[in-house]
Ligand binder design. Structure first.
Ligand SMILES: Cc1ncc(COP(=O)(O)O)c(C=O)c1O
Length: 421
């Protein structure tokens, strides 16, 4: 019997030995299954619907190439993400450029490369974009609105409330001004609206509520300016399972409810149905990734807590320290041993808050064991840092039971390569 934990039919202990730890392991098979699910249950179900992968969740050239091969477009939020997507050969027309504070350089680059949609986040950005577009370019834009709805999630990943740094507040003077300016500016092709209400959502209320508000706005614009809005982007945020406590809903629970609302309202308002875009990030990659660590120190404080310390932590996964994200894990080399102790998984960074998992039941843990943390495919690699001068881990992609190194482990020379002394 296979005794080690297998990820997509590959022995995780073998991977840890081959590539060393900490190690991010991603599954192309799972990523492609998710993309396929979106296609069957959303894109093929409704005409004129589009899915853009929110690349902030996990972006490497290999990942961008998977997206390129699919029907999906890609959402980027910085020069770096844009550069990576273009370098992987993604058609500029299939790129959506977000960000609450895009620089002049970023906007100029986007204009020059003919990026498909620039999602304008505020009135000052719109004015800057108009100036930069000048006579040379016509920028296809969406205006990001903050629809003033509360999403049921951690406040650090809630984005659509009134007091938000993202977007133009619903029913604000800035929004009215931006709409008028976008309609009247010759070198702006005003396509429509975008909202993203938050992340890791298990109910569809915020999406549905925001859709209603956006549709109402589309009707008001038709009445006031006789202008037809073509696009509505309803963002991402579809929740996934990190631990047994999570009960994520299938994608269509969100998309069907959104489409139902859109279809009902176009009849009521007598407007043309906009193209509908979604932007899932976490949904596509979270469950497609695990991280492997080696256990080092084991420290027992009697009647208080037992810490097992691993060779990574908040530098490769800041989410628990940032917003109390929860993860599940197993001891990969003791897959079939009984759970006998309650332990806390501590990272190796010099912060008391660097705890990856508080209170998890595991088999007896010893130095040298391999800990596999599940569901680390989203916002781990992409949020990693060099805190404490830790080198960033390698990334391995599994496809059809074969492993392939897609990002090399950083070397200590890499850590100093920009340091001029
Ligand atoms: C504008 C926008 N779209 C999409 C996403 C993706 O969210 P998720 O990964 O939860 O699907 C985000 C996440 O921050 C976002 O800010």
């Amino acid at each position: 019997m296979q005794e080690n934990f297998e990820f997509c039919s590959v022995d995780s202990v073998y991977l840890a030995q081959k590539y060393s730890t900490p190690l991010y392991v991603m599954s192309q098979d799972i990523i492609e299954e998710k993309i396929d699910y979106i296609k069957v249950n959303f894109l093929d179900k409704y005409p004129r619907t589009y899915a853009y992968y929110a690349s902030k969740a996990f972006l490497t050239k290999a990942m961008a190439k998977i997206i390129k091969k699919s029907e999906m477009g890609i959402d980027v939020v910085s020069y770096g993400e844009l550069y990576t997507a273009l370098d992987a050969g993604i058609n500029p027309d299939k790129i959506m450029f977000h960000g609450n504070n895009k620089s002049k350089d970023e906007l100029e680059f986007a204009l020059e490369r003919g990026i498909g949609r620039i999602v304008v986040d505020g009135i000052s950005e719109l004015k800057l974009l108009i100036e930069l577009a000048g006579e040379r370019f016509t920028a296809k834009i969406l205006l990001r609105i903050s629809p003033n709805v509360e999403a049921h999630t951690h406040k650090y990943i809630s984005t659509g409330q009134l007091d938000s740094k993202f977007g133009l507040s619903f029913a604000s003077k800035d929004l009215d001004e931006a709409i008028e300016l976008a309609i009247k500016s010759e070198h702006i092709d005003f396509k429509g609206f975008h909202f993203h209400v938050g992340s890791q959502l298990f109910d569809n209320e915020a999406h549905v509520e925001s859709t209603k508000k956006a549709m109402e706005l589309i009707k008001e614009i038709k009445d006031k300016y006789d202008y037809e809005i073509e696009d509505l982007n309803v963002g991402g945020g579809f929740g996934v399972r990190y631990t047994a406590e999570d009960e994520p809903m299938p994608l269509e629970y969100f998309t069907d409810a959104i489409m139902e609302e859109v279809i009902a309202l176009i009849d009521k308002y007598e407007i043309i149905r906009p193209n509908i875009f979604i932007e899932p990030g976490r949904y596509i990659v979270a469950e497609a990734g695990i991280t492997l660590y080696t256990v080092g120190s084991v420290k027992n404080i009697e009647s208080v807590r037992k810490y097992i310390c691993i060779d990574g932590g908040m530098a490769d996964n800041p989410r628990p320290a940032l917003y109390q994200a929860k993860y599940s894990a197993c001891i990969a080399n003791k897959m079939y041993d009984e759970d006998t102790e309650l332990v806390t998984v501590a990272g190796k960074c010099c912060e008391s808050g660097d705890i990856l998992i508080w209170d998890i039941n595991l088999p007896k843990v010893e130095r040298g064991d391999i800990l596999a943390v599940m569901g680390t495919g989203a916002y781990n690699y992409s949020m990693s840092s060099n805190y404490n001068k830790l080198a960033k881990p390698a990334v391995v992609m599994i496809h059809d039971k074969e492993d392939r190194l897609i990002v090399q482990r950083e070397s200590y020379e890499d850590l100093l390569k920009n340091d001029l002394g």
